[in-house]
Design a protein around this ligand. Structure first.
Ligand SMILES: O=C(O)[C@H](O)CO
Length: 327
């Protein structure tokens, strides 16, 4: 693309914990004219007229009303990742701005992580690592046991791109797969992974040995799993969450884990993130917590970037926006 044709695109900063990756910049600069927030604020009058896109890498820059008001020619916001719960979609669309996300880029690595957490929990890998490392360990105990996952029942709540990829993987482990979703998958899709639809999430909760959460966070899914739902689960069951912390009532989960209502939990997401260092969930033995790493692979982050650039280029050229999110 000729240099002068690249759309002016607002980014937060390059590098550091809240910045665009330095090794993505060459690709980005080939397609977009990147303007950092600092450059924008220094030369607001000129740049505000030129900026047509926002490259929102891990929630930054924030799409505040004030920022949207100062960008009269903004056409599209490309959001890294699939979750858009940090965005006020109504507000953004009232400015005539479209939003796109990257559902395809994150589906495989997030499903991989879900299965990794399931396996780690079933085979007590984190505890085992600590035993293997501990100076207290004199011998390896023969009765220190985990669970096998083949033949076990996995209940997937949320059968979008990620949930379906989880099912594909679970099939390879000969798990029995149940799922609950707003919309039922086609019979062909169900048969391809051997998944059985549960119209009521209660049925799924009662029957599953592992419950995996892969929904998006909306007002309807906030606290989807609370005291009542945890009590429906088997006392031998494990809850795995790879979507958003707020989908689970964390106090109810703490209580359930402390009192044997369920056996264990494996969470890639909590609220807040990270949890305060003295949070009681961090003190439990029957929990694994990872730092929100569903999409944290080199490949996924590159695919996210490419997908975001595609959405921006089509968006500023008045074409249908790939992966447009409708509020
Ligand atoms: O929303 C997502 O895709 C992840 O949580 C962030 O990568």
């Amino acid at each position: 693309m000729a240099k002068q044709d690249r759309p002016y695109t607002l980014i937060n900063v390059i590098g550091g914990p809240i910045g665009v990756y330095e090794d993505h910049v060459e690709f980005l600069e080939t397609h977009l004219k990147l303007i950092t927030m600092e450059e924008f604020l220094e030369n607001k009058q000129v740049l505000s007229q030129k900026i047509e896109a926002m490259y929102m890498w891990f929630k930054k820059p924030e799409a505040t009303r004030e920022l949207l008001q100062s960008l009269p020619n903004l056409k599209v916001i490309a959001n890294s990742g699939v979750g858009v719960d940090h965005l006020d979609l109504k507000l953004i669309s009232s400015f005539g701005v479209k939003v796109a996300n990257t559902p395809f880029a994150v589906a495989n690595p997030t499903a991989d992580l879900g299965i990794a957490l399931l396996m780690a929990s079933a085979r007590r890998i984190v505890e085992g690592y600590q035993i293997a490392l501990s100076p207290e360990t004199k011998y390896f105990e023969a009765d220190w046991l985990g669970e096998e996952i083949n033949g076990a029942t996995l209940g997937i709540i949320g059968m979008g791109h990620i949930g379906y990829k989880v099912a594909q993987r679970a099939k390879a482990f000969d798990m029995k797969i149940l799922y609950h979703n707003r919309k039922r998958r086609t019979v062909d899709e169900e048969q391809a992974v051997g998944a059985i639809y549960c119209q009521n999430k209660e049925d799924l909760l009662q029957q599953s040995d592992f419950v995996m959460l892969t929904v998006i966070l909306t007002p309807q899914t906030r606290n989807l799993i609370g005291k009542k739902e945890l009590e429906l689960m088997k006392p031998t069951a494990t809850l795995i969450n790879v979507c958003r912390g707020q989908v689970v009532d964390q106090d109810a989960l703490l209580n359930a884990l402390q009192n044997g209502v369920i056996k264990a939990a494996a969470l890639d997401v909590t609220y807040p993130e990270p949890l305060p260092r003295d949070h009681p969930l961090l003190k439990l033995k029957n929990i694994i917590i990872t730092p929100h790493i569903g999409s944290a692979t080199v490949k996924a982050r590159r695919l996210m970037m490419i997908s975001m650039v595609e959405s921006i280029l089509d968006g500023v050229n008045g074409l249908p926006v790939p992966n447009e999110v409708h509020g």
